[in-house]
Ligand binder design. Structure first.
Ligand code: UDP
Length: 483
């Protein structure tokens, strides 16, 4: 192959969690669609979640490959087969999970040596990859999977520590030197930020490598958060490429149905149900792949939903082991009463397919960034119910900046389980998002953003131009090296 025709080859290394693997997969697809050779590195039990999509993409002529490396669960003190973050069901297991990922250093170095790609795009949770990539003379790019609003907010908390200057956990403070009057409380910050925990060092290292590595790819589009995009590059001095919403790469129904995992409901059953409803008349409730509520909170949601009088699709991450098992989280006779009005999906929902249906008028979300962006692309306003990670920052972007969300009133950051929200608050928020006074304004704003999102990824749009610029830069860098 001549130097001019040399194909750029990018390695992608996602953190082993659905909320990370899904956008990484989209990102690889985005680059493959632009003629880049892409390779995703994952582990044996995670590979089946992406292999069907990659096979279909290959049949379309995309250069997209998977390389599998063993996940050292047992070596890190985890049970055999614990390869996905949602399987780490306690804070101790979650910490061990992170330790296990640091043991991937040598296997990654081996793969770089054998395949010599031109660039490594690695998850934010893998700060150690910057040095591994440098040892092979290739740039490492960070992919966070979140927005620049939250990346910048996180950095301002780390730099100015405003939470240390308030006297109690629920006392609001304004984010210092940050655009907009963004108010937060200490109780909305991650536990590893509020206090020194095992994960704190790990987390800080991750933030520090952000400024040392080649740059940051952001799954967002400039028009969505332009003030914060400018702030991130100008005030915080980061190099960033906004290439999203990358979920818009997933266009086929089959890819939407098998996104992340195979859906627990037949897609036709789900679509027939939705197609029988009026536009904007159904609320969709789903809390992503990690957050998990206990039975008492689920019971509260069921009661609030019924009282709201609205139609719904509710995803519950509980699968009954056998048909006779009783759902202690449902009021007596709930499903019978809700027949035709509400649909419960136990397990995994085809979320993109659902959000894209015009019957959906609102989304109760834990504010995971993928879910938010998928709703933005579908023009759906949200009820915000943040639980963990950076979700409380994402909530502020929705409720205060974009004004396409209303808060349900969850105020305490919590690992996995979430702050308890009462049925009355759920009832009100669900009603407000579907038929409330402000529902139509929010929906119009959300639809306008959906339009901008589509334009951003079209030929010549802001995200399309950013990804082309990145490819060009990486290609000319690779060309110089291989001269
Ligand atoms: N998702 C899905 N079906 C489900 C739950 C989640 O397809 O039942 C997808 C959702 O569309 C999104 C991802 O899983 O792409 C969840 O990512 P997010 O950032 O929203 O939350 P996380 O799981 O990381 O907390």
């Amino acid at each position: 192959m001549s130097r001019e025709n040399r194909q750029l080859h990018i390695f992608f290394l996602p953190f082993m969690a659905h909320g990370h693997m899904i956008p990484f997969m989209d990102l690889a697809m985005l680059f493959a669609a632009k003629g880049v050779k892409t390779t995703i590195i994952t582990t044996p039990l995670n590979a089946p979640h992406i292999s069907k999509v990659t096979e279909r993409a290959k049949n379309l002529g995309f250069e997209i490959n998977i390389l599998i490396t063993k996940f050292p669960s047992v070596e890190a003190g985890l049970p055999e087969g614990c390869e996905s973050f949602d399987k780490a069901s306690s804070p101790d297991m979650q910490f061990k999970f992170f330790i296990a990922t640091t043991m991937l250093k040598e296997p990654l170095a081996h793969l770089l040596q054998v395949h010599h790609p031109d660039c490594l795009v690695a998850d934010m949770f893998f700060p150690w990859t910057t040095n591994v990539a440098a040892a092979f003379g290739i740039p490492r790019i960070v992919f966070h999977g979140t927005c620049v609003f939250s990346l910048s907010a996180t950095e301002h908390i780390r730099l100015y520590e405003p939470h240390k200057k308030v006297s109690y956990d629920s006392e609001p403070f304004v984010l210092p030197n940050f655009p907009g009057e963004i108010k937060l409380t200490r109780s909305q910050l991650p536990d590893f930020v509020r206090q020194e925990l095992g994960f704190t060092k790990f987390y800080n290292e991750g933030k520090e490598t952000e400024s040392k590595c080649f740059g940051v790819i952001v799954n967002s589009f400039y028009e969505l958060e332009s003030t914060y995009a400018d702030h991130y590059t100008k005030a915080l001095g980061r190099r960033a490429w906004h290439v999203g919403p990358i979920s818009l790469c997933t266009r086929d129904t089959i890819d939407k149905t098998e996104r992340g995992k195979i859906a627990s409901i037949d897609e036709n059953e789900c679509l027939t149900w939705l197609n029988s409803k009026k536009p904007n008349s159904v609320v969709y409730i789903c809390f992503g792949s990690v957050a998990n509520f206990d039975s008492s909170q689920l019971l509260e949601i069921a009661t609030g939903l019924e009282a709201s009088g609205q139609q719904f699709i509710w995803v519950v991450r509980k699968e009954n082991k056998n048909q006779d098992e009783r759902d202690d989280w449902l009021p007596d006779g709930f499903e019978k009463r809700m027949e035709g009005k509400g649909l419960i999906i136990r397990g995994w929902a085809p979320q993109m397919l659902i959000l894209d249906n015009e019957a959906i008028g609102g989304f109760v979300t834990h504010c995971g960034w993928n879910s938010i962006l998928e709703a933005v692309c579908a023009g759906v306003p949200m009820v915000t119910w943040p639980v963990a990670a950076e979700q409380f920052y994402n909530e502020k972007l929705l409720t205060q900046v974009l004004r396409i969300g209303i808060g349900v009133g969850a105020n305490k950051w919590a690992r996995i389980v979430g702050d308890f929200v009462k049925r009355e608050a759920i009832e009100k928020a669900v009603r407000d998002i579907i038929v409330g006074d402000k529902a139509e304004d929010m929906r119009n704003r959300a639809k306008a953003l959906a339009d901008k999102a589509r334009k951003a990824v079209e030929k010549g749009g802001s995200s399309d131009s950013d990804s082309n610029a990145l490819i060009e830069e990486l290609s000319s860098r690779a060309m110089k090296i291989h001269k």
